[in-house]
Design a protein around this ligand. Structure first.
Ligand code: GLY
Length: 581
């Protein structure tokens, strides 16, 4: 566990909130203030003024302090994201990209797109060597690195909605990187697992080992090069990253490794504002991420498919319910493969149709209650994407809400680090389709909308989402998990809306995933009873158990009656925590 909770004083309503001492994880210079209501992963936190939930208790603490100083939800999200880049190096990042969904208390919503882009020299055949698909080049080479978007995206959101000075938001991350923080058990395990990947880059290997020896829990991890890069960003904003020394070092690393990113690619990177995807599900409005993420579109499509079905009747665990949900997943992912990619390169992307109730009704009519429909290549698929992405949710005192998901693609991204920069580079180019026409039942997709092209954004599954009721945000959530993200968010919403589960149970219940191809339901260990498995098999479903958990949801729930906030980070992520004030 990431921190040591100490029971807080009983609250008037008898809730189980606790004051976490964060004793083992508290870095030098970060004192825990008395007003902080915090917990470790899987502990529900209740507060009134504001809440942050992230995959790192230290980063959550940074975010709540920003809220307490009068920062907005965006201020807190930016500070938390920078802190995660230090404390959660597998997924928190400067060298990756992501999406931030903001809903102001006024109801106005905007989606910030800071997805990586392909360098100017990219093309659709760049992952084919001697006529064959080159999986190493696609996922594990300098060519797998996309132009990072995180710094530009955080800055754009802050320019629009920030209140505290930029430097104030970067400073806690600088401190965490410079003075260091104690390595948790989870981080020690993760860094040890990552050693083979990190060995590819001398700079990364030096930063994340003690001269080749893995960090043990409790040892202090200092990252001076990362602190220096963060200092440049604090001083110069995005120019401290996209221009000058950091950009020069990054471009040099690319040249040395036969990568494609140039200083011009970095200089010309732009984060974008986009119109969020909007849908309705039962009495809720759903706001989520538009393309180039497939997340919001596929989520709304699946919710539309399920809305006319009485899921609650048979119960959450029944084969009948799981069958219907899996069929909706199958259809949603087939549509994803067929249509979705960077909207700026796909002018015919039929977004309105994909989000319409009519389209969902047509698809729903193909679902058979007593038989699994086989996935068909006539529609088109994907190997499981990496689970290493991270999500944070924030709600502030005014009830502005932020759902932010960002990623390096795989755990520790490409494992590459330009000497002297202190941050890992993504391998997000792996989210482009491998090659034109290369679609297989094993899950490769070769459809045109998501083929690599100069300055194009690769398709994502990240699904930062806000549910609204009566003009108030009621649930803010998201998750890591590659393609499983969309289904993790879907299942969490169904748990809350259809099955009436409290937040703790909604996040703890086992998850499952269907993504059209490979044609099978993946499920967490122990997700289904023996009878349910037999019944699903009788319907024609193939089932496989995951060797690992599905997703790590960070969620904040707002009680529409009292306005009280409940925050929780997924029990699957031991270092995560929600905290409020
Ligand atoms: N790299 C994971 C995603 O963008 O969905």
């Amino acid at each position: 566990m990431s921190c040591t909770p100490v029971a807080g004083p009983p609250k008037p309503d008898g809730t189980r909130s606790s004051f976490a001492t964060l004793r083992r994880l508290r870095p030098v210079g970060l004192l825990l203030p008395a007003w902080l209501v915090a917990a470790q992963a899987s502990e529900l936190v209740r507060a009134h003024r504001g809440m942050v939930a992230s995959e790192s208790a230290l980063a959550t603490q940074v975010g709540v302090q920003v809220l307490q100083e009068g920062g907005t939800a965006v201020d807190a999200a930016v500070a938390t994201a920078f802190a995660l880049a230090v404390t959660c190096p597998a997924a928190g990042n400067l060298g990756g990209g992501g999406f931030l969904l903001h809903r102001a208390a006024s109801g106005k919503a905007v989606a910030y797109d800071f997805r990586e882009v392909a360098p100017a020299a990219a093309d659709a055949w760049m992952f084919v060597t001697n006529g064959a698909y080159d999986v190493t080049r696609h996922h594990h080479s300098h060519r797998a690195v996309g132009v990072p978007g995180t710094v530009a995206g955080l800055h754009l959101a802050w320019r629009d909605h920030g209140r505290l000075p930029w430097r104030r938001l970067v400073e806690p991350a600088i401190k965490l990187a410079a003075t260091g923080f104690p390595v948790s058990e989870e981080l020690a395990r993760s860094l040890t697992d990552a050693l083979p990947k990190l060995r590819r880059s001398t700079a990364a290997y030096q930063q994340f080992t003690r001269s080749g020896i893995p960090y043990a829990p409790g040892e202090i991890l200092q990252q001076p090069d990362l602190a220096a890069t963060l200092e440049r960003i604090a001083r110069r904003g995005p120019a401290g990253f996209y221009r000058g020394e950091v950009a020069q070092r990054l471009a040099r690393e690319m040249t040395a490794g036969d990568g494609l990113i140039t200083q011009a690619d970095l200089r010309e990177y732009r984060a974008l504002r986009r119109e969020p995807v909007r849908g309705t599900y039962r009495e809720f409005e759903v706001l989520s991420m538009p393309p180039p993420s497939s997340g919001g579109t596929v989520l709304v499509l699946m919710l539309n498919l399920l809305e006319e079905l009485d899921l609650a009747r048979n119960g959450r665990d029944s084969a009948a319910t799981i069958h219907l949900v899996a069929e909706a997943m199958r259809l949603g992912f087939a549509e994803r493969a067929r249509w979705l990619g960077d909207p700026d390169f796909n002018p015919d992307l039929p977004l309105e149709r994909l989000l319409s109730k009519e389209h969902a009704a047509r698809l729903r009519a193909t679902i058979q209650p007593d038989r699994a429909s086989p996935s068909s290549l006539a529609a088109v698929a994907g190997e499981a994407e990496s689970r290493q992405t991270t999500h944070l949710s924030v709600v502030d005192a005014a009830r502005n809400a932020v759902a932010l998901t960002y990623t390096l693609e795989e755990s520790y991204g490409s494992g590459l680090m330009a000497p002297g920069t202190g941050f890992l580079l993504n391998n997000e180019m792996g989210d482009f389709n491998p090659a034109p026409g290369l679609t297989t039942t094993n899950g490769l997709i070769g459809t045109a909308p998501n083929l690599a092209a100069p300055r194009k954004r690769m398709l994502s599954s990240m699904t930062p989402t806000i549910l609204v009721k009566d003009h108030q945000p009621v649930l803010v959530l998201g998750s890591p998990g590659g393609r499983t993200i969309i289904n993790t968010v879907l299942l969490t919403i169904l748990n809350v809306v259809d099955f009436g589960l409290d937040l703790e149970t909604a996040l703890a219940t086992p998850r499952f995933h269907h993504q059209w191809f490979p044609d099978r339901i993946l499920c967490e260990r122990g997700a289904f009873s023996t009878e349910t498995i037999a019944a699903l098999r009788a319907l024609g479903h193939r089932l496989e158990e995951y060797p690992y958990p599905q997703g790590a949801v960070g969620a904040i729930r707002v009680d529409p009656g009292t306005g009280r906030l409940e925050g929780l980070f997924d029990p699957r992520a031991p270092d995560g925590a929600a905290a409020g004030w």
